[in-house]
Design a protein around this ligand. Structure first.
Ligand code: UD1
Ligand code: CA
Length: 415
C-alpha cells in the first residue's frame, strides 16, 4: 500500500452538540468519536496520522498523547483552511493524503483501505467516498454531468431546488495527491454564505483543470456524521446492532437485543445466552454455554470461561472466572481470579479498593461462599473452602483449602 498520511479534521466547535467538551471526545462504544476514527484508520494500515485541532485543542491532545501529530487551526475558517494548516505537518513531497472528518466514526477500516486502493490503482487526483442517502439533508451533494462524471460538490445551503433532490452525498473522506492538494487548495475561495473555506470546492477546481476525480460508494450506516446528540444515539445504536447481528450469526442467543449493549471488541462463545438489560464492555471474553443476565454488567478486562452463570445485578470488573462457576445475584467482583465450580452467594462483595490502591482476590476451585460475604483484598480463599453467610474475611487472612470460616471477622469453625 502506498505511503499515506491521514489528515483528520477535528477543530470544529461542535455547535450543534451544545457541549463544553470537544465534540470528538464524546463517547461512542467503549471509546470516543475521534478514538474510533483513529483505530479505523490504523485498521486500514495507515501509519502516519495528523489531527487538526482547534476548540479545546489541549484537551484532545492530552487524551491522544503520542498518537501521531497535532496541528492547531487557530481560526475556524472552514474545512478547506483546516486542510491547509494540516498539510504543513505532512512530511515528504510525494505520496497520498487521506482527509477525513473527526466526526465520522463509523467509516470502517476496510472502507478506508478500499478508498486508498482505488486512489492508488487508478492514479487519480482525488478519490472520494459517497453514498446514497434517503435523507441527504445537511450533507454536501455530488453533482455529476450527463455522462455521470463528477463535476463538483455543493453544500446544502448552496443547492438549487432541483439539486436538493440529489441523494448522493459527500461522506467527507477523500484521498488526494499531496503535491496537487497543496497547489489547488490555495485556489479555494471563501464561501460567501458561511464565510468559510469549503474543502469540498476543491473538487470543482480539480475537474475544471481536467484532473481525474473518482468516487467510491460506501454503506449509508458508515457515512453518519455526528453533529448533534441525536446522531450520537444513532451511531451507538448502529454499532450495537452490528455487533449483536454478528453474535447472533455466530451462535449466541440474545433474547432482548433492544436492551442489550455489547462492545464491538467483546468475544462471546457459542450457545451462550444473554438475557435482557445486560451490558458487556470493552475487551470482555465470555466462553460457550454461559448464561448472562438479566441486568448484568461485565466490565473491561473480564474473562469468563465456559458454562459460567452470571445473574441479576452482578458487576464483574477485571476478573477471570473459571468454568461452571455461578455468580447469580447482587454481587461485585473486582480484580479477582475465581476458579472452576465455585458458588458465590447473593450479595458477595470483593472490597478491592482501600481508598488508595486496588488489590487482588483469589478464590480457588470448588469454593462455596454464603450470602452477604465481604472479602477484603488482598486475600486468598483456598480450594474447597466454605465461607459462612454474612462473614467478613479480612485482608491477608487467607482461608486454607478445605477450611470453613464464619463470622466478623471470619474465623475457622470449630466442630
Ligand atoms: C462536511 C462537508 C460535507 C459532508 C459532511 C460529511 C465541508 C464544507 N462539508 O459538512 O460536504 O457531506 O462533512 O459529514 O467540508 N472542521 C475543522 N475546522 C473548521 C471547520 C470544520 O477542523 O474550520 C472539521 C470539523 O471539526 C469536522 C469536519 O471538519 O470534523 C467537518 O466539518 P463540519 O462543520 O462538521 O462539516 P459538515 O457541515 O458536517
Ligand atoms: Ca459534520
Amino acid at each position: 500500500m502506498e505511503n499515506i498520511t491521514a489528515l483528520i479534521l477535528a477543530a470544529g466547535l461542535g455547535t450543534r452538540m451544545k457541549t463544553n467538551l470537544p465534540k470528538v471526545l464524546h463517547p461512542i462504544g467503549g471509546g470516543t468519536i475521534l478514538g474510533r476514527v483513529i483505530s479505523n484508520l490504523r485498521a486500514a494500515g495507515v501509519k502516519n496520522i495528523v489531527t487538526v485541532v482547534g476548540y479545546k485543542a489541549e484537551l484532545i491532545e492530552k487524551h491522544f498523547k503520542g498518537v501521531g501529530k497535532f496541528v492547531v487551526q487557530k481560526e475556524l475558517l472552514g474545512s478547506g483552511d483546516a486542510v491547509l494548516r494540516g498539510l504543513d505537518a505532512v512530511e515528504g513531497a510525494e505520496g497520498g493524503v487521506l482527509v477525513t472528518c473527526g466526526d465520522t466514526p463509523l467509516i470502517e477500516g476496510e472502507t478506508y483501505r478500499k478508498l486508498i486502493e482505488a486512489y492508488s490503482k487508478d492514479k487519480v487526483s482525488c478519490a472520494l467516498l459517497t453514498c446514497d442517502a434517503k435523507d441527504p439533508f445537511a450533507y454536501g451533494r455530488i453533482i455529476r454531468n450527463a455522462e455521470g462524471e463528477v463535476l463538483k460538490i455543493t453544500e446544502e445551503k448552496d443547492l438549487s431546488g432541483e439539486e436538493k433532490k440529489i441523494q448522493e452525498i459527500n461522506v467527507g473522506t477523500y484521498c488526494f495527491k499531496k503535491d496537487e492538494l497543496k497547489k489547488f487548495i490555495k485556489k479555494i475561495e471563501v464561501n460567501e454564505k458561511k464565510k468559510e473555506f469549503y474543502l469540498t470546492d476543491i473538487v470543482e477546481i480539480l475537474t475544471c483543470d481536467n484532473k481525474k476525480v473518482l468516487t467510491l460508494e460506501c454503506d449509508i450506516e458508515e457515512a453518519l456524521g455526528i453533529n448533534d446528540r441525536g446522531d450520537l444515539v444513532l451511531a451507538n445504536r448502529i454499532m450495537n446492532n452490528k455487533k449483536i447481528d454478528q453474535l447472533l450469526e455466530s451462535g449466541v442467543t440474545i433474547l432482548s437485543p433492544e436492551t442489550t449493549v455489547i462492545d464491538e471488541t467483546a468475544v462471546i462463545g457459542k450457545d451462550t445466552v444473554i438475557l435482557s438489560n445486560t451490558v458487556i464492555e470493552k475487551d470482555v471474553t465470555v466462553g460457550s454455554n454461559c448464561r448472562i443476565g438479566p441486568f448484568s454488567r461485565l466490565r473491561p478486562g473480564t474473562k469468563l470461561a465456559d458454562e459460567v452463570e452470571v445473574g441479576n445485578f452482578v458487576e464483574i470488573n477485571r476478573t477471570n472466572v473459571g468454568s461452571r462457576t455461578r455468580v447469580k445475584h447482587h454481587t461485585y467482583l473486582g480484580d479477582t481470579t475465581v476458579g472452576c465450580d465455585v458458588n458465590i452467594g447473593a450479595g458477595t462483595i470483593t472490597a478491592n479498593y482501600d481508598g488508595k490502591d486496588k488489590h487482588h482476590t483469589i478464590i480457588e476451585d470448588n469454593v462455596s461462599i454464603g450470602v452477604g460475604v465481604t472479602l477484603i483484598a488482598p486475600v486468598k480463599i483456598g480450594a474447597g473452602a466454605k465461607i459462612g453467610a454474612g462473614s467478613v474475611v479480612t485482608k491477608n487472612k487467607d482461608v486454607k483449602p478445605g477450611e470453613t470460616v464464619i463470622g466478623v471477622p471470619a474465623k475457622p469453625l470449630h466442630k
